[in-house]
Write a protein of this length. Structure first.
Length: 216
């Protein structure tokens, strides 16, 4: 590989966010790092398969890292959940338009259920659902419930029928998942009000997975 070719390729990396760099290396290794798909080592591909960096830690690990505000009343909390919506171009298909329309965002979106431990470690990511899907539907259909350990306490936002004082207390603790969502939003392609490019819509699941792994 000559210097000028190498310089052009490294410039591509500088112009891309980290999650997009990982995505393109994985899917187009010949273009971005000069390797023929028939040549590169399978171990390299395994290295870039980063779903394993998002997992559910055991209870003891979670409790050992439990933030102080959780230790008195909420020591059994292993998961704090919230939803992340990514704006996408308006689909040409009327049915897809309807399924992806978000009343909350007032645009077409893909919606993800994100769970983190109290200390901010992302331990579950759903696949993308149409923005029309309710939070309850995501919880039921995404496989999240199957991941929950026995006697696990989950902290959620909507639908809490508690006294006002208790609701305020929970809201103050939910800042941890809000910080996680905020860190995801720091990635260029996931920033608020950024419209996902049409060519990337089919790959948003991979982009979210890579971003979550980088945060962890």
């Amino acid at each position: 590989m000559n210097y000028f070719t190498y310089k052009k390729r490294t410039k591509k990396f500088k112009d891309m966010s980290y999650e997009m760099t990982c995505f393109y290396i994985k899917n187009k290794p010949k273009v971005y790092i000069g390797l023929n798909p028939d040549w590169y080592n399978q171990g390299f591909i395994e290295l870039l398969s980063i779903k394993k960096f998002t997992y559910w830690p055991d209870k003891n690990s979670i409790q050992n890292l439990l933030p102080i505000p959780f230790r008195y009343r909420y020591s059994d909390v292993q998961s704090i959940i919230d939803c992340l919506e990514i704006e996408i171009p308006k689909p040409s298909n009327p049915i897809e338009q309807s399924l992806t329309w978000s009343d909350y965002k007032k645009c077409n979106t893909l919606k993800y259920l994100i769970s983190s431990t109290p200390d901010g470690f992302i331990n579950f990511i759903s696949e993308g659902y149409g923005g029309r899907s309710s939070d309850v539907l995501l919880v039921k259909k995404s496989g999240y419930l199957e991941c929950l350990p026995e006697n696990c306490t989950v902290m959620a936002d909507r639908g809490l029928k508690k006294e006002v004082l208790e609701t305020k207390r929970i809201a103050s603790l939910r800042i941890h998942i809000e910080r996680v969502i905020g860190r995801l939003r720091e990635f260029k392609t996931l920033k608020p009000h950024v419209l996902m490019h049409l060519s990337l819509v089919s790959n948003v699941d991979d982009i979210i997975t890579i971003a979550c792994a980088l945060i962890n």
